[in-house]
Write a protein that binds this ligand. Structure first.
Ligand SMILES: Cc1cc2nc3c(=O)[nH]c(=O)nc-3n(C[C@H](O)[C@H](O)[C@H](O)COP(=O)(O)OP(=O)(O)OC[C@H]3O[C@@H](n4cnc5c(N)ncnc54)[C@H](O)[C@@H]3O)c2cc1C
Length: 391
């Protein structure tokens, strides 16, 4: 029987980081993945350039049943520690916006770095290596393609449900439940909205139009672009609020963010009384949007014919446009899964199960979900690091 100190199930961001840290501490470590390659989501991420961290990452950027839970791990492994590793490996990177760090070349650089670190730490890495957990421990008994295995610590890093094509499975959630750990309700997040009826027709007519907006839904308020698509509404601001949305809820969009829309229209009326409303609006919004946007006002009306009441109505429809999405595109295109192994079942310092000593859950599998912008990888690195110090 193969005997390891640590077995990590899932060679994604969190699992590889945990294995590296355990290996560095001299623990005999196996990291096994059922997919044909390690780090498939890393390779796919950030449009192939991996937004590998966010320098502003803090607990406020995460959704969780316990908003304090992620603090301990995030404090002990900061974005700067990961940046130090990236720089040590000579990987060029840049800040794109809002603290988001991307590789200059390719996400392959990050996977290559993690593999070199695994090798240096003496970690055994196996792909196409599904494992079955036979019984709880410690020690834990497992069986895999080469027969039975035993380990003192078992780390489950098998990720969420999003992008099933990339190897996502419900394995970790099932295992958690089997060991008596609660799993909070799961939902696709960081995902485009789909629309039906007139809203879908509007979105399709505007497909490709992108506009700086402030979107609000529940506790989530984000200022970034939205993008109209043939199916609905996407773009970074829409993806961000999707994590705060539940079916039936409306989303409010300010299409003229950062300005007092009425005061602006009044000022433009004073300056250009003979200009058409559509012309004025096109100064701040894409012309196609102005043309199609629903509203009981005429784009052809000249500014001087519009009363303050008319302008207030135009301002309100653009600064608080409310729509009710029909749904989301689901796990097929969601970047992450909202919810996961309950934080109540785990130690925030070690990510170890309170009920089953030696059993750890890390990364996206846990009920800690980051905003768009490098936060999810930072959680994967930090939670992997935290578990890697104690297994
Ligand atoms: C298209 C896309 C783009 C993204 N871009 C970014 C970005 O730029 N920045 C960012 O911060 N986040 C991004 N994310 C989110 C980020 O990829 C995840 O949050 C992160 O990968 C989670 O890491 P993880 O290690 O927990 O899980 P994963 O990276 O999903 O790794 C889990 C691993 O477990 C394996 N596995 C699953 N089931 C089993 C099983 N039964 N047995 C063995 N192995 C198993 C999988 O094959 C996989 O390799 C993106 C996600 C997607 C889908």
């Amino acid at each position: 029987m193969a005997d390891y100190d640590v077995v990590v199930i899932g060679a994604g961001a969190a699992g590889l980081m945990c294995a590296i840290e355990a290996g560095r501490r001299g623990r005999r470590t196996l990291v096994a993945d059922h997919a044909n390659k390690v780090g498939k989501k890393i390779l796919l991420s950030g449009g192939g350039r991996c937004n590998f961290t966010n320098i502003h990452a803090a607990a406020e950027n995460f959704l969780s049943g316990n908003p304090h839970f992620c603090k301990s791990a995030l404090a002990r492994y900061t974005p700067y520690q990961f940046i130090e590793m990236v720089e040590r490996h000579g990987i060029p990177y840049h800040e794109k916006k809002l603290g988001q760090l991307f590789c200059d070349r390719s996400a392959k650089d990050i996977v290559g770095m993690l593999m070199r670190e695994c090798e240096a730490a003496g970690v055994v890495v196996r792909t196409r290596y599904p494992l079955e957990v036979l019984d709880g421990g410690p020690p834990f008994h497992l069986t895999g393609p080469e027969g039975p295995l035993r380990c003192e610590s078992l780390v489950v890093a098998s990720g969420g449900l999003s992008f099933p094509k990339m190897g996502a499975s419900g394995f970790g959630h099932r295992l958690a439940r089997r060991f008596g750990l609660d799993v909070t309700p799961l939902q696709p997040a960081l995902v485009p909205f789909t629309c039906e009826g007139p809203l879908r027709e509007l979105a399709a007519a505007l497909a490709g139009v992108s506009v700086d907006s402030e979107l609000a839904c529940g506790d989530g308020v984000f200022r970034e672009n939205i993008l109209f698509t043939h199916r609905g509404i996407s773009g970074p601001a829409a993806l961000q609020v999707s994590s705060y949305w539940s079916p039936g809820q409306s989303v409010s969009a300010d299409l003229l963010p950062g300005r007092d829309a009425l005061a602006w229209l009044q000022a433009r009326k004073a300056k250009r009384p003979r200009a058409r409303l559509g012309t004025i609006l096109s100064e701040a919004l894409p012309a196609r949007l102005v043309e199609r946007f629903p509203g009981a006002w005429s784009r052809k009306a000249t500014m001087q014919t519009l009363s303050d009441r008319d302008l207030a109505s135009v301002a309100a429809s653009l600064s608080d446009w409310r729509f009710v999405p029909a749904g989301t595109e689901g796990y097929r295109t969601a970047e992450v899964t909202l919810g996961g192994v309950s934080t109540e079942a785990l130690s925030s310092r070690t990510l170890e199960s309170r009920a089953v000593p030696g059993l750890h859950f890390i990364g996206e599998l846990v009920d800690v979900t980051g905003w768009l912008g490098g936060y999810n990888f930072q959680w994967a690195w930090a939670s992997g690091y935290a578990a890697g110090q104690v297994v």
